[in-house]
Design a protein around this ligand. Structure first.
Ligand SMILES: [Cu+2]
Length: 69
């Protein structure tokens, strides 16, 4: 398992947070997820044999938010 923290721009309320949680949380291989609205970060633990950080970032982008790192 790998844990990565990504910075997300555009999250402004609990609804945004829930949208990002759903976008990342439904990806196969993601085992742990914490989306923090205050710091605008998502900490994601995933199995690198199943998914990649790029896939997670793309899911955030597809949901309408901007990944800053
Ligand atoms: Cu919002």
């Amino acid at each position: 398992m790998v844990t990565e923290t990504i910075k997300i721009e555009g999250m402004m309320c609990g609804h945004c947070q829930a949208t990002v949680e759903k976008a990342i949380g439904t990806i196969a291989g993601v085992s742990e997820l914490k989306v923090d609205l205050a710091t605008k970060q998502a900490t994601v633990t995933f199995d690198p044999a199943v998914t990649k950080l790029d896939v997670i970032k793309a899911a955030v982008t597809d949901a309408g938010y901007t990944v800053k790192n």
